[in-house]
Design a protein around this ligand. Structure first.
Ligand SMILES: [Fe+2]
Ligand SMILES: [Fe+2]
Length: 455
């Protein structure tokens, strides 16, 4: 077969700069998110320039095009798509953030938050993005929300199955029975036409890392949906939504396997541009990243900037506790937690925050030994990392999940030391939750299937 080169990006979440003046409320909002807000337009521009200069044959965007369905964000984003389309065919699907399904679009001016932002309705999206999918579609299915799923041929051998899975009609993300039947017909048709079918939908079929974190981010009844698609013959699905990089497989009782590639958010660390070469060996994955972007007149090295933005999310509440009760409450509230209800927690969090920012791994190991968890600790690993700040471990664990480069894969001692914490938790209290946390830590530290993957 002839090689076909494709590019997938996800969760561009474009936020129009007209929706903020960069004041206090904006800073609280931006500081409570792993991905960027005001920077999105500049990151997307940089990514599109990189992609336009690459040898890819088509660009796919896996939903959540805008921050929260704001009409102005959609209008600006579509202009960027038209620019990219001058060099590459572009196919998009929309997702729940594109029609503000949580009814929470906001603009941030100084100390005030306004909820008067005009948004796009779900049944407007298909026509609005007509030039980026439906126009070239061979077959199309319009959902009860008015959103579109479609198929389109790319190159000589590949067909894209672009699915809108916002609502199944039975509660949660997924597909109605009519939608399933259309999908199954498309899978059969691709087989009959001798085309390799590649699926994309926004929500996940597989709870990557652990159901404790991402179970709720999947389509409803995820195993049933994955089974139905895999048993119909679909082998590949590209998804977004979780904002993490991960590849996993699901095998049905009948022995059919579907591989899911979870593409991280373009506007958060690590700004992934996932290149896929479809060839005789299968699908070869090669991840590129946005290199630099220009924001407020300055050229910014994307990865360190986005890494800091992502790790700040963890640190800001702790830092708030050290500043004042008000700052702690405001930063908690920005995370969507009812800060007012938990304000007095500041007196408990404050000493913990001092440890969080100041402690070395050696002190944590000492504490675990005092708690009677000596047998859980790998002594060699503890000695090797005794002077490494605790904060680094927290950040690196979080980044391992986001970028799909598990920090425990290439360093056994690192893995053993972090797992000592999970083992100690189980030692102190062996119950379903602590067992899940230990398993989750293992999965994060070993999340490393993206590098040079062949599906
Ligand atoms: Fe998203
Ligand atoms: Fe999403």
């Amino acid at each position: 077969m002839k090689e076909t080169k494709l590019t997938f990006i996800a969760d561009t979440h474009h936020f129009s700069k007209t929706l903020s003046d960069g004041g206090r409320q904006y800073k609280l909002r931006s500081g409570s998110d792993q991905k960027c807000l005001m920077e999105t337009g500049d990151i997307v521009d940089a990514a599109f320039r990189q992609i336009a200069q690459s040898d890819t044959e088509a660009v796919m965007i896996v939903g959540d095009l805008t921050n929260n369905g704001e009409r102005v964000s959609h209008e600006e984003f579509r202009e960027k798509l038209y620019t990219l389309q001058k060099d590459k065919p572009v196919y998009v699907i929309t997702a729940t953030h594109d029609w503000c399904s949580d009814e929470n679009p906001r603009r941030y001016i100084g100390d005030a938050v306004y909820r008067d932002v005009p948004v796009m309705a779900s049944d407007e999206l298909r026509d609005f993005y007509f030039d980026f999918g439906p126009k070239d579609a061979d077959s199309e299915f319009i959902t009860h929300l008015g959103t579109t799923s479609y198929t389109v041929d790319i190159g000589e051998d590949v067909r894209l199955l672009a699915l809108n899975d916002d609502q199944s009609g039975r509660g949660g993300a997924g597909f109605s029975e009519e939608h399933y039947q259309w999908i199954e017909a498309q899978i059969a048709k691709a087989k009959a036409d001798g085309r390799i079918l590649i699926g994309m939908e926004h929500h996940m079929l597989i709870a990557h890392i652990h159901p404790l974190i991402f179970g709720g981010s999947c389509v409803a009844e995820r195993e049933k949906v994955a089974t139905r698609l895999a048993d119909a013959g679909l082998k590949y699905m590209f998804v977004g939504h979780s904002h993490i990089q991960c590849i996993d497989t699901f095998t049905t009782k009948n022995g059919n396997t579907i591989t899911e590639v979870n593409v991280g958010s373009l506007v958060g660390y690590p700004a992934p541009i996932v290149n896929v070469t479809v060839c005789d060996e299968g699908l070869k994955i090669d991840v590129d990243h946005v290199k630099t972007f220009t924001y407020e007149g300055k050229e910014i090295d994307a990865l360190p900037y986005l890494e800091k933005h992502a790790t700040d999310l963890f640190d800001r509440v702790m830092e708030g506790a050290l500043i004042s009760k008000k700052e702690f409450v405001d930063r908690l509230s920005a995370l969507g937690v009812k800060g007012d209800h938990f304000g007095n927690l500041v007196y408990v969090v404050r000493p913990l925050a001092k440890g969080y920012f100041g402690a070395k791994a050696g002190s944590v190991v000492k504490l675990l030994r005092l708690l009677g968890c000596k047998s859980c600790i790998d002594a060699k690993a503890a000695e090797k990392f005794k002077d490494k700040p605790l904060l680094d471990f927290v950040h690196e664990t979080w980044l391992s999940m986001l970028d799909g480069h598990g920090r425990g894969v290439h360093d056994k001692d690192y893995y053993n030391l972090v797992m000592s914490v999970g083992n100690a938790l189980v030692h102190l209290r062996a119950e379903p939750l602590t067992l899940k946390i230990r398993q989750m830590l293992h999965n994060i530290l070993t999340n490393d299937r993206f590098e040079n993957a062949i599906l």
